[in-house]
Design a protein around this ligand. Structure first.
Ligand code: SF4
Length: 950
């Protein structure tokens, strides 16, 4: 502390302010050395850590803590957290970062520490609840976990005994668990995995998969010379905080940051080049850059020659050409001759010179070119998958695939655990998840479930939703309400959730599952060029164990009776098969105690004992692998993971293998295992050619020959398809605010305090055209209804495009259980009985009495507007991705329109579903297949189910 000023000195003497200058250094050991705020408590002191209570400043009140590591669950990055557990009352006091986590390295975004809000939220669900009245009526009663388990188990057992395996499904919002649920569902022999992925990332995944059999990129930003982002990764997206730190590291070492986004995001504002592309034009711009790289000879000849299936391309599309690499270059220059920088400018609005300038930077970065596309353009547009395909094309051209500073496949950096037992693949194919119309859909067609149920394609008898809120998050939420309210479509709906949400209101059981620090899980994500595994553990359970307390299940130590899915699934599976006759029980027997039910500790013990390097590292510290993970919360499996395609096949692997003389593909027992390149057998990539596939025979075989090579598809919101005279614009509804996450942050007071409204971003040109100023009401008419929001006039939006963030507008009805009062409007919902649904805000957010004094201090009243519910479903006919961007007609609201008003016609939305369905080219494909065998499929069933049987 510096010298006091005279005024400070007088004020201190008069005791107007505390006299801190006369105080000597505290006798207590400091958490940090002066000036070194990055220093964490050393792990040997984690069992007993003392520091001053911040809220008692300037008194020096000591508090004793036990520090237990876990991981954050507020986005998909799974950053490390350390929970500070107060030893006086054994409650969690706060969360900080975990310096031993290789992905996040001790750092978190605002959402990490805000986990404490979710844990102490006075509105959280503390006990299992069962509905009393009609589904959706808002009446609930408390039940015991035993009743819950017995009732659900009996219903599942009946379905399985009657062969109705396809009527049991689990629909997950935020996944995790690394294979845990696959094991459960396959032990039940149900094709019951449904995910949120087709409203999230399927578009990008499909584009990547076509290229190299991996569906996600893992950029090595920290070592790159040029970084290209089709999204806003410094502030949101996969894997936000771990990526953001490495992007900045790369930038500090001189990397150029290039961002494609029609919105001046925080990321765009930090970039060297902000390219505000018209939504949906991104592939055209990227292909124009590819053309510059090709024309100017900036490509990596060695990589292209060895690791691209150019011979196959020439033979298929140019059979009269010589099969030489130079011919290949000549032909692809011809292919892309129309993708001039001027054409890119025409489509995207980005100046042609800028396109050339950036293309040269990319070409010069060569192998050190890292890229990422997550959601954003690939999830917004018809043909959005072409964006990631075009983006990866730039990586291929520069040879930056799998290199230091380049972009690797995500799977190279993601750990796959070994389980104590692996049930066989299920013998069912659920067409409610993978219908014939979408044979190439990269994940389940989850957002069409209500439409398919209405169409009579099937039924859900037991339907679990887990950390999943489709009524609010998905497009066309009123169709979800209709389906969930109808017991002939959904027999029993069980919502596994930490908090009340719009979907849980329409459940039969609402089962409280723990927040991040209240549950088990393992995480491993492609945050950088290494590989790690992290342990999400229920920290109060670990503290109780250390304190020698007696308990069996996690709900005995969590607040109320909050449980966790891991133990719940074990107990449920056990009860579905009480005598073992269904063949389920045997998959839940302890690997350590013969014939007895496995415990959750044993489950993770086995995984950690089989994690490469972890037993050795643990032994050095005198710990078992499980003890090591409980102590540190994370382990680095590989420091770097580059060029894994260059792994050579061993002589043993080559024994009995055949090499295709034409393609060099190495086959063994009917499967491709590698490829010969210049006489060496390499593992290569998991595609039919084992190389990067510039030419996709798969697209040809599955009736889309026009997309055999990377191309550009004009989006459903291309300017040619909008009528400006009628006020039609594109609405970009996909961007995230850095402090919020879908519908999971509604019960975090610090986060909703920061962000609590979602106005329409509008450029001054549009504002002038319609006569809007900031704060005015605007009515946006979608294809199935409308919503009324407020305008925010900003030059941070590209002219001709409007945008709205996708987190806000949470609601509850007066009859619903009170929940998330920090973020929910109270609304009235009316149904005219003929498909017409309206919503009106009765009351905004207001202060309330609770155990948390802050609830009386709420100063915001605006909870935003629920836009997604007015969106029509737009399934891309190829990737299956919901194309989020909406054509909207902007108009001034009428005298009866109010802020937050919503209207949707679900009959119209059903017609819209049919219109998009008509764009598909259904299975069967070659040999009567429903799906290419080489494509990944979530919860892959037996191979015979891939064939359509008459
Ligand atoms: S980026 Fe933020 S929300 Fe996501 S896991 Fe890390 S700390 Fe949590």
């Amino acid at each position: 502390m510096g010298k006091p000023s005279i005024i400070e000195r007088i004020a201190e003497k008069l005791r107007i302010i505390p006299n801190l200058h006369d105080q000597v250094e505290p006798p207590l050991e400091r958490l940090t050395e002066p000036g070194k705020l990055t220093k964490f408590p050393p792990p040997e002191k984690w069992d007993h850590w003392t520091e001053y209570e911040a809220t008692k400043w300037s008194r020096k009140e000591k508090r004793n803590y036990m520090i237990v590591p876990t991981t954050c669950f507020n986005c998909e990055s799974a950053c490390g957290l350390t929970a500070y557990i107060d030893k006086d009352n054994w409650e969690i006091r706060k969360f900080e970062g975990n310096p031993y986590h290789p992905g996040s390295r001790g750092r978190n975004c605002a959402k990490g520490p805000a986990t404490i809000n979710q844990i102490t939220d006075p509105d959280r669900i503390l006990h299992p609840m069962r509905r009393k009245g009609a589904r959706g009526s808002g009446e609930w009663e408390r039940v015991s976990w035993d009743e819950v388990l017995d009732d659900i188990a009996a219903k599942i057992r009946k379905a399985l005994q009657e062969g109705r395996n396809n009527e049991v499904a689990y629909h997950v919002g935020r996944p995790g668990h690394e294979g845990y649920m696959d094991r459960i569902l396959q032990s039940w022999n149900v094709d019951g995995h449904n995910s949120h992925t087709n409203i999230c990332s399927s578009g990008a995944r499909f584009g990547y998969n076509l290229w190299y059999g991996y569906d996600r990129p893992s950029p090595d930003h920290a070592h790159a010379k040029a970084i290209l982002l089709v999204s806003a990764h410094l502030e949101s997206g996969h894997y936000f905080n771990p990526h953001a730190q490495r992007i900045i590291e790369g930038k500090m070492k001189g990397a150029k940051l290039i961002t494609l986004d029609p919105r001046l995001s925080n990321t765009a504002s930090m970039s060297d080049y902000w390219l505000p592309t018209y939504p949906g034009s991104e592939a055209a711009l990227l292909l124009a850059m590819a053309k510059v790289i090709l024309d100017e000879g900036l490509y990596n000849r060695a990589f292209l020659e060895n690791w691209v299936n150019w011979e196959q391309y020439l033979k298929a599309l140019h059979p009269d050409s010589e099969v030489t690499f130079d011919q290949f270059i000549e032909k692809i220059r011809e292919e892309y001759k129309d993708y001039t920088p001027e054409y890119a400018e025409q489509e995207s609005g980005v100046e042609a010179e800028k396109v050339v300038e950036v293309a040269r930077i990319i070409g010069e970065a060569g192998e050190r070119f890292s890229t990422h596309n997550w959601r954003s353009a690939a999830s917004g547009n018809l043909g959005g998958w072409c964006v990631s395909r075009a983006l990866h094309f730039l990586n291929v051209l520069t040879g930056s695939v799998g290199t230091k500073g380049g972009t690797s496949p995500n799977a190279w950096n993601k750990f796959k655990p070994t389980f104590f037992d692996k049930p066989p693949a299920q013998k069912f194919w659920n067409e409610l998840h993978f219908p014939k119309e979408y044979p190439l859909a990269f994940f389940e067609m989850s957002f069409l479930l209500p439409h398919m149920l209405k169409e009579g394609r099937g039924k859900m008898d037991v339907y679990f939703t887990r950390v999943f809120n489709p009524v609010w998050t998905y497009p066309d939420g009123f169709s979800w309400i209709e389906a969930l309210s109808d017991e002939s479509m959904v027999g029993m709906h069980i919502a596994l959730t930490p908090t009340w949400n719009e979907t849980a209101f329409f459940a039969d059981y609402v089962l409280p599952m723990g927040h991040s620090a209240e549950r088990h899980d393992i995480n491993s994500y492609a945050t950088h060029s290494g590989m790690w595994i992290a342990f999400r553990q229920p920290v109060l359970r670990e503290a109780a164990r250390k304190a020698g307390k007696d308990f069996t299940h996690t709900y005995e130590v969590n607040p109320g009776e909050v449980w966790e899915e891991d133990e719940f699934w074990i107990e449920l599976s056990w009860r579905i098969d009480p005598d073992g006759s269904l063949g389920i029980r045997k998959h839940f027997l302890s690997p350590y105690r013969k014939g007895e039910k496995i415990t959750i500790d044993e489950y993770y013990q086995f995984i950690f004992e089989h994690t490469p390097g972890l037993p050795e590292a643990s032994e050095k510290e005198g710990l078992t692998p499980l003890q090591y993970m409980r102590k540190y919360g994370a382990f680095e499996v590989e420091k770097h993971s580059y060029s894994k395609h260059l792994k050579q096949l061993s002589p043993e692997q080559m024994q009995g293998a055949d090499v295709d003389p034409e393609t060099g593909v190495i086959l063994k027992e009917g499967s491709e295992i590698g490829v010969m390149v210049n006489g060496t057998p390499f593992v290569g990539f998991p595609t039919p050619s084992r190389k990067n596939e510039f030419y996709s025979q798969t697209m040809v075989d599955w009736k889309w020959p026009e997309y055999a090579i990377p191309t550009y598809i004009k989006s459903h919101i291309h300017p040619e398809k909008l009528d400006r005279e009628k006020g039609e614009y594109v609405l970009v509804p996909t961007f995230r605010l850095p402090t919020l996450i879908h519908s999971r942050s509604g019960n975090a007071k610090w986060l909703t305090e920061i962000s609590n409204r979602n106005p329409i971003w509008m450029h001054p040109e549009e504002a002038r055209r319609f006569g809007f100023k900031t704060g005015d009401l605007v009515k946006l008419n979608t294809d199935i209804g409308y919503f009324v929001d407020k305008v925010w006039v900003t030059e941070g939006m590209k002219p001709g495009v409007i945008a709205c963030s996708h987190h806000l507008g949470r609601w509850r009805r007066p009859e619903d259980k009170i929940g998330n009062r920090w973020a929910t409007n109270t609304v009235a919902i009316k149904n005219d009985g003929n498909g017409g649904w309206s919503m009106r805000t009765l009351e905004g957010i207001k202060p309330f009495d609770s155990s948390d004094a802050d609830s009386k201090r709420i100063f915001w009243s605006d909870g935003g507007v629920h836009q997604n519910i007015t969106h029509a479903v737009h399934p891309d006919p190829i990737s299956g991705m919901h194309c989020w961007h909406q054509r909207v007609r902007i108009e001034r609201p009428g005298p009866n329109d109010q802020y937050g008003d919503i209207f949707v016609d679900t009959k119209r939305s059903f017609e819209n579903y049919k219109e998009w369905l008509a764009m598909t080219r259904p299975a069967p494909g070659p040999d009567g297949l429903r799906r290419p065998l080489w494509f990944k499929r979530a919860l892959r069933p037996t191979e015979d189910t891939f064939y359509i049987k008459e």
